[in-house]
Design a protein around this ligand. Structure first.
Ligand code: SF4
Ligand code: SF4
Ligand code: SF4
Length: 281
């Protein structure tokens, strides 16, 4: 697959007016990977694709929105691309998508590659790109039914126990905003948390403010989160945000039969409104 990715990138950089091809290259530890922008056909030879290519790349397209760009995209990246297309952050005609099938990424950190798959990949519902111009790899069978087995433990808790669970985790948040920076759905030019007038959330790192930050961010992603798992993966204190994201995702799926990122045309239910709608409340 890696050689096919390189070949396609070389061809695109030689024959089209492209700014660059966004993909992954080997990191300086010689083991893991890091995002890489190939600007010339020669640089395309540095591209890799293997089970260490865990970083989501779709968000880089927002910075390149006015340039013609190609991107190597895993299935979760293609769902992020659909989200960005739907929300008019990028233009389809400016993006060439080299879709790659994905059997899951392994647990990695600098200088380390484990045997196990990333937690997000164990539950991933999508192993084929949902949008692409060129596909690398044979399409793979998808799971027929989506599983929320990871939520069973927290579902079994009482309301008070859940509150205590999240309070304990949110208290550990250091407000570094790595989760926001990695998230393809977090592209606001000014995040609510940085606004001073009005000030929605205080800058103090303290329980109440931490709670507000984490819950408002999760609700902002409700019906939009495409489950790339990057927010949890990059969190330095390992707050299990995917439990909250996937709880909200399950609500949206059960109430509206909607899964984000599958189409660049269907708006998320919570972003649509009909004046005569019966809300059932
Ligand atoms: S979440 Fe799915 S598409 Fe994304 S890396 Fe994991 S298995 Fe691949
Ligand atoms: S909230 Fe997390 S899992 Fe969802 S799109 Fe953002 S980074 Fe990905
Ligand atoms: S990455 Fe983790 S510690 Fe940093 S702001 Fe997000 S939840 Fe808090």
């Amino acid at each position: 697959m890696e050689e096919l990715v390189r070949q396609k990138a070389r061809e695109l950089l030689s024959t089209r007016q492209l700014e660059c091809v966004i993909g992954w290259e080997r990191a300086s530890d010689g083991l893991t990977s890091r995002p890489f922008f190939a600007y010339t056909p020669e640089e395309a030879d540095r591209l890799i694709y293997d089970q260490t290519c865990v970083n989501s790349l779709a968000k880089f397209l927002v910075d390149k929105r006015n340039k013609n760009t190609a991107i190597v995209a895993k299935p979760c990246d293609t769902r992020a691309i659909n989200l960005l297309l739907l929300e008019k952050q990028i233009k389809r005609e400016r993006v060439y998508i080299i879709g790659v099938t994905c059997a899951g990424m392994r647990e990695v950190s600098f200088g380390y590659m484990g045997e196990k798959l990333q937690a997000k990949c164990l539950l991933c519902p999508q192993h084929n790109p949902v949008v692409y111009d060129f596909l690398v790899g044979e399409p793979v069978a998808e799971e027929a039914v989506r599983s929320y087995e990871d939520l069973a433990e927290i579902d079994a808790r009482t309301h008070q126990e859940r509150e205590a669970f999240w309070q304990e985790h949110f208290n550990r948040c250091i407000r570094c905003y790595a989760c926001r920076q990695a998230c393809p759905g977090c592209y606001c030019q000014q995040c609510f948390v940085d606004q001073l007038d009005p000030q929605w959330v205080g800058i103090r790192i303290a329980p109440q403010e931490n709670h507000q930050w984490n819950t408002v961010r999760a609700f902002h992603l409700m019906g939009r989160c495409i489950e790339c798992g990057e927010c949890q993966r990059v969190c330095p204190v390992k707050i299990p945000m995917m439990l909250l994201n996937r709880h909200l995702l399950r609500e949206v799926e059960s109430k509206f039969s909607f899964q984000p990122g599958l189409s660049p045309e269907t708006p998320p239910p919570l972003a649509t409104f009909k004046p005569d709608e019966d809300l059932g409340i």
